[in-house]
Design a protein around this ligand. Structure first.
Ligand code: HEC
Length: 195
C-alpha cells in the first residue's frame, strides 16, 4: 500500500470512529443484539399500573415485621437506656471468632473516636477533626454499663454521639460489645501491672 492509500485508509477509519460518537446522552444509540437487556418485569422505580398508587416498590403491610428483623422499641432518653439495660441480654458468649468479628466492627465504626484501646483518644479526636471528647469505654462507669445499655447507645446514639443502628446489624452490635468487654479487661490488667 502506498503512503497516500495508508493516509486515506487512516482518515476513513477516524471519520467512521467519530461518526459513531453520539452526544445525546439520553439515547443509547443503535442496539445490536439487545438479548435480555430490556426487563419485561417492572423495575423498582418505574410506574406500575397494577397498584392504585402506581409504585412498583411496596411498603410493608402495617403491623408486619420482615423475617429476621427484631423491632427495637426504645427511645433516645436515659430512662429508656436503663430499661434496655434491664431487658436486653447479649445472645452471644465470648469466643475467639466472635471477638474477631467484634474487633473488625469496632475498627470500622468506633476506633476513629473511641481509640484503639477504648480510652476515648481516637484519631478523629486526637487530630482535632472531631471536637467532642468521646467517652472512655474502659473507664469504671463504662465497665458498669449493662450490655443492653451499650446496645442502646450504639443503636440510637448517646448524647452527641450519632446512632449506628442503620449501619451495624444487631448481631454485630452484640459482638462489638463482647470486644469492648475484652478491652475493659485488658485496661484493668494494664492498670494492675502499673500499680
Ligand atoms: C464520631 C465519633 C464517635 C463514634 C464513631 C462513636 N462514638 Fe461513641 N461516643 C462518642 C462521644 C462524643 C460520646 C460521648 C457523648 C456525650 O457525652 O454526649 C460517645 C459515647 C459512647 C457511649 C456511652 C458511654 C457511657 O459512658 O455511657 C458508648 C457506649 C459508645 N459511645 C460506644 C460506641 C461504639 C460501640 C461505637 C462504634 C459502634 C461508637 N461509640 C462510635 C463519639 C463517637
Amino acid at each position: 500500500m502506498s503512503g497516500t492509500n495508508i493516509k486515506i485508509a487512516f482518515l476513513f477509519l477516524i471519520s467512521v470512529l467519530l461518526a459513531s460518537c453520539n452526544r445525546d446522552r439520553n439515547n443509547p444509540g443503535w442496539d445490536y443484539f439487545p438479548d435480555m437487556f430490556y426487563s419485561t418485569a417492572y423495575e423498582s422505580f418505574t410506574k406500575n399500573p397494577n397498584f392504585a398508587d402506581s409504585m412498583t416498590m411496596r411498603v410493608p403491610v402495617a403491623g408486619t415485621v420482615p423475617c429476621g428483623f427484631t423491632p427495637f422499641e426504645y427511645t433516645l432518653d436515659p430512662e429508656s437506656r436503663i430499661k434496655a439495660g434491664k431487658d436486653l441480654v447479649n445472645p452471644f458468649l465470648s469466643d475467639s471468632d466472635l471477638l474477631l468479628r467484634g474487633k473488625a466492627v469496632y475498627a470500622t465504626f468506633c476506633i476513629g473516636c473511641h481509640g484503639i484501646s477504648g480510652k476515648g483518644d481516637g484519631h478523629l479526636f486526637a487530630s482535632k477533626l472531631y471536637p467532642l471528647k468521646p467517652r472512655s469505654l474502659v473507664a469504671d462507669n463504662a465497665v458498669k454499663l449493662h450490655d443492653g445499655e451499650i446496645f442502646h447507645s450504639i443503636t440510637l446514639g448517646f448524647g452527641s454521639m450519632g446512632a449506628h443502628g442503620s449501619q451495624i446489624r444487631p448481631e454485630d452490635r452484640w459482638k462489638v460489645i463482647l470486644y469492648i468487654r475484652k478491652l475493659q479487661k485488658e485496661a484493668n490488667l494494664d492498670s494492675g501491672i502499673k500499680k
